[in-house]
Design a protein around this ligand. Structure first.
Ligand code: BGC
Length: 733
């Protein structure tokens, strides 16, 4: 018998029930002489441990939206390790992150905390994050399961999502991370999904998570997300947080006594809690010291790797250290390095751009230019900025989304930057000097006004060392290599959710699988900056795409290889992206979807072979009839390149489906559906021409079989049709 089983057997009903809610805001319940308690703390991009009314100092790494732009799985693994070490040093056993919710709308207030609009990129980054944390004997908690895509009405909004969209988009960002990285915990979301609260959603927490994905860890509710205690336990929720909640524990005791809840059901949940507590306790290391200066350095590297160079006309960047620079914009001193809410870390050190410029001995003059508290224009600040810019060779303008505009708890109300920043830009650009925009924000902003900017560098919410990283990038001591993990639309109105987001009460995901680039591609819309886009100070050339086969069965893997060469004069990193485009799909599908990526480092002139392996899932869609992933037998184009809208290499592979489950017909089946199956087509044709003497024209291909009864002039009865369908199904068995 395992130790956990022994502990379970030694617990009374009341003790078992007490474990299903927290001991306090952050800890699990301990039972004297039987079980210790473990501590959870936020996450995701730094440790936020509350202690004595404040938050312990910890390294604030770039937030998930930022780090996703690095597309660097090894880098986020190392951040995970560092997070794990800081947890060990602070006696925290589980860190609440990463968050993998999909960016359905650019306005979601918490987008800075999530990775991407694309589930593959999100789940890969999450897997590495989780593996890194857990390699240190600390648990990660993937969140918020599931479909928590808006902050408005987040405690009760009902996300209404069709099955295919749920599987392909909103669950996919969790799926691989849960299966491969096996997080110790998963956090159930506040909202409802298709009518049931996620924290009491058996379909989500048991049928999919445990029975299908094989998850063996603990499900914890988001803080305050749990409702009916017995329903929660039955659905698969293990711990409701925060605690204690004596009334919930009593309800569970009463339910077991009355037979509403079986002891076996409760035991399953309690055993999982005991196992995680034992694991957490076994991994504690007394007096552990984390190397905080190494972590600060890692945070800086991560910020460098994640910044995205959006524009660089006339190679204005990198700047020369001898340039006389006007550093303009309040964001240079009020550095925006993380978002608001439960993820807000008490950073160990923070520097602003002024200090980072000083540290590099740059000749610059600073002017604040605008206020961040509101959008109002301050004439004195404007005049000062123009005077400073007038005397400089080049202008570096630091703008972005102030803290007040991006946080957990509310959604953004606009995709534009505060108007006072844009106004100032227009005045500065009228001076006709080289002008570089540095952006600090956690999500995309409308940028059509920026035509006169020569260069744009998006730092996103880059963590505590973002200032140094930014200066390294501006002056060429580091080469930008980030690529956007989300599309920057030209304007909010182009986003498929623009008419309704955010909805209260019920949020209907009517755009289906067409989220992010899947939508803009399908609609052939121009975008400001596409998904996967980002420039470098060097150039890369792609060539020689090879496939390991051109005709495969869906159970085979396919090796895709190609060459990438650094054709510029400085070393750099390139994110190579692979998309799959199905031809003639049997259901409506996105034009193409990301199915693989790799980030590589190349010296000038160096060339490397990149290999990416595809499998069945790379070609499949979620089929709602078989409730499974299915592949169409058809040709798929393999597209490779540097962004979702720059894919110079293409090749094709035919994939043969080995789908064994037959489609069975009913009286509701349509004529065209029968015509798609040779056996059914023959049987129907015989029925129509020989028995019913009916001529079914192209106009009637949508006709349900049941309607034939009415059109047959009394020849075909309901019984006869039933017999026809039954015998047809026999034949195709
Ligand atoms: C957030 C979670 C967080 C929890 C604990 C909730 O409001 O949604 O992400 O982990 O609080 O702070």
């Amino acid at each position: 018998m395992t130790k956990a089983m022994e502990i379970l057997n030694g617990l009374t009903l009341e003790e078992k029930a007490s474990l299903t809610s927290g001991k306090d805001c952050w800890r699990t319940v301990d039972i004297e002489g039987k079980l210790a308690s473990i501590m959870m703390s936020d996450g995701p991009h730094g440790l936020r441990k509350e202690e004595n009314g404040s938050t312990v100092p910890a390294t604030c790494f770039p937030s998930s939206a930022t780090i996703a732009n690095s597309w660097d799985e090894d880098l986020i693994y190392r951040i995970g390790e560092a997070l794990g070490e800081e947890c060990l040093a602070n006696d925290v056993q589980v860190i609440l992150g990463p968050g993998v919710n999909i960016k359905r709308s650019p306005l979601c207030g918490r987008n800075f905390e999530y990775f991407s609009e694309d589930p593959l990129l999100a789940t890969r980054m999450a897997s590495s994050h989780i593996r890194g944390v857990q390699s240190k004997g600390v648990g990660a908690c993937i969140k918020h399961f599931a479909a928590n895509n808006q902050e408005t009405d987040r405690f009760s909004v009902n996300a209404v999502i069709d099955e295919r969209t749920l599987r392909e988009i909103y669950l996919s960002s969790f799926e691989e991370a849960v299966k491969v990285a096996k997080p110790w915990m998963i956090m159930s979301a506040y909202n409802k999904l298709n009518g049931d609260y996620c924290s009491e959603n058996k379909y989500l927490l048991t049928d999919i998570l445990r029975d299908e994905w094989g998850y063996e860890g603990v499900v914890v509710s988001d803080w305050g997300a749990a409702n009916e205690p017995v329903d929660g336990v039955k659905a698969g929720l293990d711990i409701r947080m925060p605690g204690p909640v004596p009334s919930a524990n009593n309800a569970i005791v009463e339910a077991v006594k009355s037979g509403e809840l079986s002891m076996e059901e409760l035991d399953k949940n309690v055993l999982r809690i005991i196992e995680i507590v034992e694991k957490g306790i076994a991994s504690k290391i007394a007096d552990y010291k984390a190397d905080m200066s190494a972590h600060n350095e890692l945070a800086m590297k991560a910020a460098e790797e994640s910044a995205v160079l959006l524009k660089n006309n006339k190679s204005v960047l990198p700047l020369a250290k001898t340039d006389k620079i006007a550093l303009i914009g309040a964001f240079a001193e009020e550095i925006r390095y993380q978002g608001g809410g439960s993820s807000c870390v008490n950073a160990t050190e923070i520097s602003d751009l002024l200090k980072a410029f000083d540290d590099k001995n740059i000749d610059y003059t600073y002017a604040k230019g605008f206020r961040t508290e509101d959008d109002s224009i301050n004439d004195d600040l404007t005049a000062e900025a123009l005077a400073v810019a007038d005397k400089a060779d080049k202008i570096v303008m630091c703008i972005g989304l102030p803290f007040r505009m991006e946080s957990e708890g509310f959604d953004r109300w606009t995709m534009s930057l505060p108007s006072n920043q844009i106004e100032l830009f227009n005045k500065l650009s009228a001076l006709k000097k080289p002008i570089v925009i540095v952006l600090f924000q956690g999500s995309p902003v409308e940028m059509e006004w920026s035509k006169n900017a020569d260069s744009i560098l998006a730092m996103y919410t880059g963590g505590q060392a973002v200032a140094k990283a930014c200066v390294n990038l501006l002056f060429g001591d580091a080469n930008p290599s980030g690529k956007l993990s989300e599309t920057w639309a030209l304007k909010l109105e182009n986003n498929p959710t623009a008419l309704s987001f955010p909805e209260k009460g019920t949020a209907t995901y009517s755009e289906g699988v067409y989220v992010g680039y899947r939508y803009y591609d399908k609609k052939k819309l121009n975008v400001m900056y596409p998904f996967g886009y980002g420039l470098s100070y060097t150039t890369f050339e792609y060539s020689d795409l090879k496939l390991s086969a051109i005709d495969i069965s869906e159970s085979d893997t396919l090796e895709v290889s190609f060459e990438v060469k650094n054709t510029g004069s400085v070393a750099g990193k390139e994110v190579c992206e692979l998309y799959v485009e199905p031809t003639y799909p049997s259901v409506s599908r996105p034009v193409k979807e990301l199915k693989g990526f790799k980030k590589i480092y190349l010296e000038p002139g160096e060339e490397k072979t990149v290999t990416i392996t595809l499998n069945k899932r790379s070609f499949a869609y979620y089929d709602v009839e078989s409730h499974d992933w299915q592949v169409d037998t058809t040709v798929y184009n393999i597209l490779v390149g540097s962004s979702s809208r720059n894919l110079p290499l293409t090749a094709s592979v035919k994939v043969n489906s080995s789908r064994t489950s037959k489609t069975f017909f009913t009286t509701d089946s349509r004529v065209y559906e029968l015509n798609a199956n040779p056996i059914a087509k023959e049987a129907l044709s015989k029925l129509l021409t020989e028995d019913l003497k009916l001529d079914i024209t192209a106009l009637s291909i949508d006709l349900p079989l049941s309607k034939l009864v009415g059109f047959s002039g009394g020849i075909l009865s309901v019984d006869m049709l039933d017999r026809f369908v039954a015998s047809l199904n026999e034949k195709i068995k």
